[in-house]
Design a binder for this molecule. Structure first.
Ligand code: ZN
Ligand code: FE
Length: 243
């Protein structure tokens, strides 16, 4: 199985993910906040986008949907619970549904908290998860539509995936998240090392992603929060944190 995932930097700090399956020739674009960089990156590799997967309705994740479909005929899949806010969906999915790239299945997980209907997609055979704005490297999304309890259960669901799973999230927030992680858990050597590595990569202009589920269990202060109250306290502190 040859699955390749390529980061496409977009907007100010978003990543659009291009995933290509050699066997079928399919290319999926995940969360295209804008069309041009995704279309250009696919073209540069000789790939044609066949599908779009959206994790949630925010414009920086769906803004490129219409133009990508126009250019390629790609079929667009996104969360059923947010179908009223994403006008471009061809197919709606909810937890328990599957999507596929060629012969490789992705399982849809409900992880509502950043937005109420937010989904993640886990491809167990490929050891890949797309987590949108729910689980970031050393961080989590802001609670725009959900509660700390919602985020706690969403992160628990993602943290329960196999630890080798590579995590592709929606934003390059790792250095800022890592500074908070080290501040809130000063004794966490894994978080210190992950922050140093992220700073080195950003210094070289490289993406810090993907991370892995194993790394997030070791470093992420929101995954590591012992209970809902601790997650709530940490989310509020991060919102105010000036690293
Ligand atoms: Zn968002
Ligand atoms: Fe976003």
């Amino acid at each position: 199985m040859a699955i390749e995932v390529v980061p496409v930097a977009a907007l100010s700090d978003n990543y659009i993910w291009l995933m290509h399956d050699d066997a079928s020739g399919e290319t999926v674009v995940v969360d295209p906040g804008e069309a041009a960089p995704a279309l250009d990156a696919a073209k540069a590799r000789g790939w044609t986008i066949t599908q779009v997967w959206n994790t949630h309705w925010h414009g920086d994740h769906v803004g490129g949907n219409a133009a990508i479909r126009e250019a390629t005929g790609a079929r667009i899949t996104g969360p059923a619970a947010e179908a009223d806010r994403i006008a471009t969906l061809d197919r709606t999915v909810a937890e328990g549904d599957t999507v596929a790239i060629g012969g490789i299945e992705g399982h849809v997980l409900h992880v509502g908290a950043h937005t109420a209907g937010h989904i993640a997609i886990h491809l167990p055979q490929a050891e890949i998860a797309f987590t949108g704005d729910t689980l970031f490297a050393m961080g989590c999304g802001r609670l725009f539509e959900g509660t700390p309890a919602d985020m706690h259960s969403a992160l628990a669901k993602l943290a329960a995936l196999p630890e080798a799973t590579r995590v592709y999230c929606g934003h390059e927030y790792t250095v800022s998240n890592g500074r908070y992680a080290v501040a809130v858990e000063p004794g966490n050597a894994a978080a210190r090392a992950a922050l140093a590595e992220a700073e080195r990569k950003r210094g070289e202009g490289l993406p810090t992603l993907p991370t892995t589920i194993g790394a997030e269990r070791a470093t992420n202060p929101f995954v590591r929060a012992g209970n809902v109250a601790e997650l709530a306290e940490r989310r509020a502190a991060k919102d105010a944190f000036k690293g």
